[in-house]
Design a protein around this ligand. Structure first.
Ligand code: G
Ligand code: G
Ligand code: MN
Ligand code: NA
Length: 250
């Protein structure tokens, strides 16, 4: 398709950019990490959101190269920051099913010089539907490299809670659909509270995403979640603006 050809060309001509959204510690407000989010700066169409090209890249398999480019760029840029906050990168289920993934991650850490402990990989619940032995083997290999694993968009998929116990995730990111109606909706409040408590009991920290208001921030901080992410803290920023944000919060 035209979009597919356009995307392949864009990878060659460096039209993709990584933007960064800061995450803060809910108790101290200190920036702990940033999530890398890809954007396409199209010469005619302007800035294109990932929802408009990631699905096709997954279909055609181009996500393998695009995902490697995002990881490489995020690790390279983060290694030059004047702080040792961590960097979180999203992995598509398609990338996750590629046997060469652990090797690719190790190679990028080596060439960029980023300490493995500074990298967090975000994986959606969807991959838990794959063959369990294979999923566990891949997660174990990634963990052995020294990176951290986060379960993204938690609560939206089909996964069973027992996966949290069996697989080596150290972090849960609660899907933002559970935050939207906080703090007034008692059911959302109960779910968020329960996930944070469950995570703590399993030794996992919990990030709350999609926090847009001061009231939502106060609620999740009082519930002792680990990190907060959302427009109330900051929107995703291009690299230059993110560096300014870091400077201003020092
Ligand atoms: O801000 P936002 O529009 O950036 O992101 C929309 C969706 O695209 C989110 O679900 C996010 O996880 C996904 N996404 C953003 N960047 C990447 C990326 O580099 N790789 C993958 N696989 N997904 C991404
Ligand atoms: O699916 P994933 O969690 O990886 O992607 C994060 C997505 O959430 C990105 O599209 C990002 O732009 C978006 N996002 C980040 N903070 C907020 C927020 O406070 N509100 C909303 N509606 N979206 C957000
Ligand atoms: Mn994510
Ligand atoms: Na998410």
């Amino acid at each position: 398709s035209q979009l597919d050809l356009d995307m392949r060309r864009a990878l060659e001509t460096d039209e993709f950019e990584v933007h960064y959204q800061p995450l803060v510690d809910s108790q101290t407000g200190v920036v702990t990490s940033a999530e890398a989010l890809v954007r396409w700066r199209h010469p005619e169409r302007g800035l294109i959101a990932p929802a408009d090209f990631i699905p096709l890249a997954e279909e055609t398999g181009l996500i393998t190269q695009l995902g490697a480019w995002v990881l490489q760029t995020a690790c390279r840029q983060a290694s030059a920051w004047s702080t040792t906050i961590r960097i979180a990168v999203n992995l598509s289920p398609v990338q996750f099913r590629d046997d060469r993934l652990p090797e690719m991650v190790a190679g990028i850490l080596e060439t960029t010089g980023l300490a493995p402990s500074r990298l967090e990989l975000e994986i959606t619940e969807g991959v838990m539907l794959d063959d369990e032995a294979r999923t566990l083997a891949t997660l174990t290999k990634l963990k052995a490299i020294g990176v951290d694993l986060a379960m993204d968009d938690f609560g939206t998929g089909y996964s069973s809670l027992s996966y949290l116990r069996r697989f080596p995730f150290s972090k849960i990111k609660i899907d933002r659909s559970f935050i939207r109606l906080l703090p007034d909706d008692p059911e959302s409040a109960a779910i968020v509270r329960a996930i944070i408590t469950m995570g703590a009991c399993l030794g996992m920290t919990t990030t709350v995403e999609g926090v847009e208001t001061a009231e939502q921030y106060a609620f999740v901080a009082a519930e002792q979640c680990g990190q907060v992410q959302g427009y109330h803290v900051s929107r995703p920023l291009d690299h230059a603006d993110f560096l300014s944000f870091l400077d201003a919060t020092k």
